[in-house]
Design a protein around this ligand. Structure first.
Ligand code: PMP
Length: 426
């Protein structure tokens, strides 16, 4: 919810320009003017610690990314129909982080485009039209990806060719997440068969970000993926959220589950804010798709994008950001569990690396999700200079995603602000 307001002329202009499509955070939105590392600065000089960060993942305005983009844009910035060394150097480096069976990489500008393409490749290969997603998933803003995004469809029913299954939550699957999730998958496959679509693919984000962050037990995804494969469908790993070292143990979220995706889509942190995304695929799948349709993207993977992407890969490696995500993420989880002992409103802490979810519930009852208290905490944190978002079917999961360069000291600033906020919230 937001205050439209006399007193904020820029907000008025924004609401008039975007109209009903305006998406702004906070009851009173913040005007940002610059950022660096884990910090953003508002027009009034107030500094905010960014715990919402899922794009400038190696740190806001990282000087190496800025230099790489500036140098390349001043040298050569063209469409993608020519040979350019910087692009293939980048693709080789990116491919080296992925499993060997994914031979081809195509670049696009947004995660939505990447997922749209992955859906088309899966349909062409399998001859099927059905897709399986999770209940509160978000996969993009195109016609096809909106159809598979219950979070974007709001209260609209899912189209007939899409079946949503519950998130891999221990509250849903009390007898074991792996087994329950696989059984739900089998039911979804049967529904798609009955409706005559068959299953083209399961598409999911391996950290289940918009479902509320479900990370454990590592490996739970494998049985569900097997069910889909046995039915002739592919598994598309949407790595837009968990990819690029955020989960701390691996470069890619699916690697925690020891599964081999047929298609991997990626985006957001890939260029640290430079718009770029991509799809990794098996050559056989790409060949079949290109016989039938083909693909061209004017801007996707141009030399400037490649320069930005290369800088991001170099920084992750050289600044040891995956290790940092694991260590500082562990510190935050430990801190949250300590807070939980004295604040029963916290009913669960989940996550890995710097992707963490914390449920807030009424009366300490995990089955009484409290969205209003979550909104109060988010706004209370904002007053204390920390930016954070919510996720999950009931909007009661605090979603923590600070930049991968977060320091132990910055993690403590967040934990102290949260403790203070919880102390002041009813
Ligand atoms: N997949 C997931 C998991 C996402 O979170 C998003 C964006 N929130 C997308 C796809 C779409 O990416 P984009 O906004 O770059 O089109």
């Amino acid at each position: 919810s937001r205050k439209s307001g006399p007193g904020n002329p820029l907000l008025e202009r924004r609401l008039q320009n975007f109209g009903a499509a305006s998406v702004l955070f906070y009851r009173s939105p913040i005007e940002m003017v610059r950022a660096r590392g884990a910090w953003m600065v508002a027009e009034n000089g107030k500094q905010y610690l960014d715990f919402y960060n899922n794009v400038p993942s190696v740190g806001h305005c990282h000087p190496r990314v800025v230099d790489a983009i500036s140098d390349q844009v001043a040298t050569l910035n063209i469409h993608t129909r020519y040979l350019t060394r910087v692009v293939d150097d980048y693709l080789d480096a990116l491919k080296a982080t992925l499993p060997g069976h994914l031979d081809n990489l195509l670049l696009s500008c947004t995660g939505s485009e990447a997922n749209d393409l992955a859906l088309r490749i899966a349909s062409t290969w399998t001859g099927n039209r059905g897709f399986i997603v999770t209940e509160t998933a978000y996969h993009g803003n195109t016609l096809a990806t909106t159809d598979i995004s219950p979070a974007a469809l709001k209260k609209n029913p899912l189209p007939d060719h899409v079946v949503a299954i519950p998130p891999p939550s221990p509250l849903v699957f009390e007898d074991g997440v792996a087994q329950g999730f696989a059984a739900a998958m089998a039911k979804a496959v049967a529904t798609l068969d009955r409706r005559g679509y068959g299953v083209a693919a399961l598409i999911c984000d391996s950290i289940f970000s918009s479902d509320g962050v479900f990370s454990d037990p590592a490996g739970f995804l494998a049985d569900a993926v097997d069910v889909v494969r046995q039915a002739g469908g592919l598994y598309i790993a949407d790595e837009v959220q968990p990819g690029f070292a955020r989960t701390g143990e691996c470069m890619w979220g699916f690697q925690r589950h020891a599964v081999r995706p047929d298609l991997v889509t990626m985006g957001k942190p890939m260029g640290n804010g430079f718009p770029m995304a991509g799809v990794a695929a098996r050559a056989a799948h790409m060949n079949r798709f290109c016989e039938d349709v083909g693909y061209f993207n004017t801007f996707g993977g141009n030399p400037v994008a490649a320069a930005a992407g290369q800088a991001v890969l170099d920084i992750i490696r050289e600044e040891r950001l995956m290790e940092n995500a694991l260590n500082v993420g562990g510190q935050i989880v430990a801190g949250l569990n300590t807070l939980r002992a004295s604040h029963p409103v916290i009913t669960a802490v989940r996550g890995c690396g710097l992707f963490i979810g914390t449920d807030l519930c009424a009366d300490g009852d995990p089955r009484r999700p409290d969205q209003s208290i979550t909104t109060d905490v988010i706004n209370g944190l904002k007053e204390r200079g920390v930016l954070i978002g919510a996720a999950g079917k009931y909007g009661n999961t605090l979603k923590l995603r600070p930049p991968l360069c977060l320091t132990a000291g910055e993690a403590n600033i967040f934990l102290n602000a949260l403790e203070d906020t919880l102390g002041q919230t009813r």
